[in-house]
Every structure is written in structure tokens, then in C-alpha cells.
Design a protein around this ligand. Sequence first.
Ligand code: NAD
Length: 321
Amino acid sequence: MKEKIRMLQEELTQYNYEYHVLDTPTVPDAVYDRLLRELFDLEKEYPEYKTEDSPTVRVGGQILDKFEKVEHSTPMLSLGNAFNTEDLRAFDNRIRKVVNEVEYMCELKIDGLAVSLSYDNGRFTVGATRGDGTVGENITENLKTIRAIPLRIDATSNFEVRGEAYMPKSSFEKLNAAREANGQQVFQNPRNAAAGSLRQLDTSLTAKRNLSIFLYGLTHQEMFDIDTQSKSLEMLDELGFKTNKERKVAKNIDEVIKYIEYWQEKRMDLPYEIDGIVIKVNNLSAQEEIGYTVRSPKWAIAYKFPAEEVETKILDIELTV
Ligand code: NAD
């Protein structure tokens, strides 16, 4: 078993590198997700083989030397995953063991690249990728080409906002059509295209890619009069940031499941790609009470939509692992 765990750790580390650092994944996300879950289960059963740098405890990938490094003021974490209603109910049960009453904020899980934007005295100063969660890459100049990012806002305190930079479907289609016409390799999906575009050394290339962003988080929330995630999003709106308006507060897990079912059906109608739904405990003090693991908050979970990849491709790969 030790050997099997070690092989899974190595394999997932390689996939992480290809996905997060090179922006060119070699296996479908569904395969990665399944292997990661298998590793989680095995490490739980055999904790003696869990290592400090296992993909189950690390966030994202390594940092390239191409860009300067930026230390995040608070870590940029990953999210635990749910793949079915059973997982969601188990999550809800864990939450309600800690807090009696709970409301959930449901948000679309935008399929892009997590970024952090720092504002000093109302001025956008530094923009960074998530990197390994603690240290990211300084992509400020690339982010400045995104028109939805305000360069100045009406605030005097210093804080960071977090969100997902993405490539709208229409920009993606135009980009790939142009690349094909030029005999260049096409991007696999809007996420890879967005990630690749934001890590260009020539920012004029980034500017041509028509990227956008949705902000979903505010660090140092104590500086604002906020006690829920919904108010945090409203505050981001007030400050002039672009947030996603399809969000909804659910009174219980059944309402969360209805929201998921609705978007699972409607996701194709959106002008951008989503790969799931993020469910967050709405109350901020309840979030603190519930706490964190090293890798992700315990008060949130990402429900992943079933993969659309060609099954034969997935099966082929599975046979080799
Ligand atoms: P994740 O994508 O499961 O969840 C965390 C991320 O969700 C955050 O960092 C943020 O970027 C994003 N997000 C989008 N909308 C959000 C919202 N409203 N609120 C909060 N967060 C929101 O975890 P991850 O660690 O970023 O990456 C794992 C993902 O990458 C999985 O989808 C996995 O399949 C894929 N992956 C694939 C490969 C591969 O080889 N195919 C390798 C590594 C990772």
C-alpha cells in the first residue's frame, strides 16, 4: 500500500505541475479529481504514509521564475469537493455539528484562474496568481489589461480582493479560430486560455485576449461593517468591483441542491464557463468557528458538475493507472 500511495502522490504532483504551472493538462479534470479522492481515502486509512508535500495537503502548483514572487497577506486556499447529493448532505451534517442554524451562500464556480488584487489607499498596486497558496506570481501589468478591474476605488484602507479571472466563451472561440487560421495550436478550454494569457511576459498579448473577472472575496473583512458573505459581495459591488449576480442565499441544504440542479441544467446558456457551484456558510463568525484544514476552509465546498470529457479518453487513461 505504501508504494501505491507514493505512486499516486507522484502522479498527481506531475498533473498539478502540468495544469497549474504549464497550463497544459494531459488528463481530464475528472481523472485528476478521482485520483485525488482515491489518495485522500487511502491516506485517511493509512495516515503513516501521508507526506507533508502530498497533493492532498498542498494548494495549486509551484511558482515559475518568470515572474516576481508575491506573498499573500492571507493564504489563498483550495476547496474541498462534492460530487453528489450524498457528499453535500455529509458536508451539511459536519457543519451543523458545529453551528445549530446555518444559511448557505451559493455561488457559481467560475472556471478561470484565482487571483488576488491589492489596493493601497484606493489604488490597485499588486495583482498575483494563487501560486502555491502562500506565494504567487506578480502579474499586475497583465491584470491591468482587464477592463473590469478598477485601477482606483473610493477607499482609504489597504486590503486585498480575491476573484476568478476568466475568458468569456465568445473571446475563446474568436481566439481559437484565429489561432487555427494561423496554424497555431488551439487552447483546450477557456480556463487554459485565460491562465496562459495572464502569464504572458508581453502584456500587449494579454490585452488582446479580452479577459474578464468576477470578484468573490474580501480579505480583512473586519475593516468593513460585514457579518456575512452576502454582505461581503454587496460591499464589493459598492466599491466598484464586478461580482457574479447569479448568487443565492439558501436557507438549508435542500435549497442548495435545487440551486445546483437549476445551474447544472442552465450552465450552457451562460456566456462564460462554470465547472460547479461553490457553497459557503454565509455567516462569517460561524465560518471562523468551523475553521480550516491546511488546504481548504471547512466552511465551504465545491460541488463539481459531472465531466463532459469524452468517456473513451477517460477510460483509456484509467486503464493505465
Ligand atoms: P478547485 O478548482 O476545486 O477550487 C478552488 C478554486 O475555485 C479557487 O481557487 C477559485 O479559483 C475557484 N473559484 C471559482 N469560483 C469561486 C467562488 N465563487 N468562490 C470561491 N472560489 C471560487 O481547486 P483548485 O485547487 O483550484 O484546483 C483543482 C481544479 O483543478 C480541479 O477542477 C481539478 O480537476 C483541476 N486540476 C486538473 C488537473 C489535470 O491534470 N487535469 C491537475 C490539477 C488540477
